[in-house]
Design a protein. Structure first.
Length: 399
């Protein structure tokens, strides 16, 4: 005989822009459990955690509790219908029965939450925490959209069409800090979630059918040889010197900030010739990289080995590193606007391409999943040569 019960719980870690958190119904049966979104949000001060209901001090909150009671009643009705079939069933089947019986719509927010919950369970094996953070930002944008437009966040996901996509795109440009490329990335994440929803049967058609993603091409910024030498030789205090060491290490290894902060002794190997190298998978893509350590990188590595328990380098947030890096550039007299990721670009251009390293080797070191990504650095070199020749031509023949 099945043991079945339900409880309501608030997820305060998923507050929306109105400072309300969603209420979920947790169904338990024979030691297993599953959750379903009630389509209701509530503020912390109005939620009684012990009674798992709203504090009934206003008419609106009493109506909220009535909705919860009706919600419970509908669930038990579906449960009884499945029992009457006298065939085994699972909680997932019960949830599907509730979702697709016309009494409970599966919404866009449901799809996003389901996707993010699945992704969170696969960190760090299949996804990086930073990737989940981006999808949580998408969730915030969608909630803000529903709060500032006439569209109803409790409507079925089946109402999401190409018209909705264009309305949401316009919202991203006018109501958030997204630039064109930022908005495109948000929409690409939304497309992935809607594609997943289609595969699960929640959508019949692709709302993005006919929509074109248009990214603005951005020039890759890097330090040339002279600028890099200025950074290496400028006198700094201990606080800034540590950040410079991190930056220079990544210029000579191509490591990203995320991979740098994860670097530990288990990633350091030595080959038959006595050369030390790094070997691991990129945090962002999972693609393996193999990086022989050049003397400047080896010197920095030995400087910090053994000083921290879990990693080679002491952890520092990316925001703080970029802030200190800006100070370093100002002191060094480098006028370019810089972020830590420029170390990776500087490796690809100034260190690798400009010194004749083969594209295939660069791709392997940088852990690119496609050789096309690495070829960007070769194009930069071609452009640089063309510009230098144009300057030379003007000096020689246009006197």
């Amino acid at each position: 005989m099945n043991s079945f019960n339900i409880n309501f719980l608030g997820k305060k870690n998923k507050k929306d822009a109105n400072n309300e958190f969603p209420i979920y119904c947790r169904m338990s049966m024979n030691g297993k459990r599953i959750e379903i979104f009630t389509k209701r949000y509530i503020k912390s001060k109005d939620w009684d955690r012990n009674r798992r209901r709203a504090h009934p001090r206003t008419k609106k909150l009493r109506e909220f509790n009535l909705y919860m009671e009706n919600f419970s009643s509908r669930i038990f009705q579906h449960y009884q219908k499945l029992l009457a079939l006298e065939e085994p069933f699972t909680l997932k089947q019960l949830k599907q029965s509730i979702l697709f019986n016309g009494k409970q719509s599966y919404t866009l927010l449901d799809a996003i939450i389901d996707h993010n919950d699945e992704m969170e369970r696969q960190i760090p094996k299949n996804f990086a925490a930073g990737t989940l953070k981006n999808y949580k930002t998408l969730n915030k944008h969608v909630i803000k959209y529903f709060l500032t437009t006439s569209d109803d966040k409790t409507d079925s996901i089946r109402k999401v069409d190409i018209s909705f996509i264009y309305r949401f795109e316009s919202f991203l440009y006018t109501n958030t800090e997204c630039n064109r490329n930022g908005a495109v990335k948000v929409l690409q994440m939304l497309k992935k979630i809607l594609t997943q929803a289609r595969r699960k049967g929640h959508l019949k058609n692709d709302p993005f059918d006919g929509y074109s993603f248009k990214l603005e091409k951005k020039e890759i910024t890097y330090l040339n040889e002279h600028e890099f030498e200025l950074v290496r030789n400028v006198e700094l205090n201990n606080r800034l010197n540590y950040v410079r060491d991190l930056f220079v290490f990544c210029v000579y290894t191509s490591l990203s900030y995320g991979d740098l902060m994860k670097l530990d002794e288990h990633q350091i190997f030595i080959n038959s010739k006595g050369t030390l190298y790094l070997h691991n998978k990129r945090k962002k893509t999972g693609v393996p990289f193999i990086i022989p350590l050049l003397p400047p990188a080896l010197e920095i590595l030995e400087k910090y080995r053994g000083k921290n328990e879990d990693s080679i380098f002491r952890y520092m947030t990316n925001q703080k590193v970029n802030k200190f890096l800006k100070e370093i550039m100002e002191l060094a007299g480098v006028k370019k606007r810089i972020t830590f990721h420029m170390a990776r670009h500087t490796f690809g251009t100034t260190i690798a391409i400009n010194n004749g390293m083969r594209i295939e080797s660069i791709s392997k070191i940088m852990g690119h999943s496609k050789i096309r990504t690495t070829q960007i650095y070769a194009k930069i070199q071609e452009k640089s040569i063309s510009e230098d020749m144009e300057i030379l031509s003007q000096k020689l023949f246009n006197k």
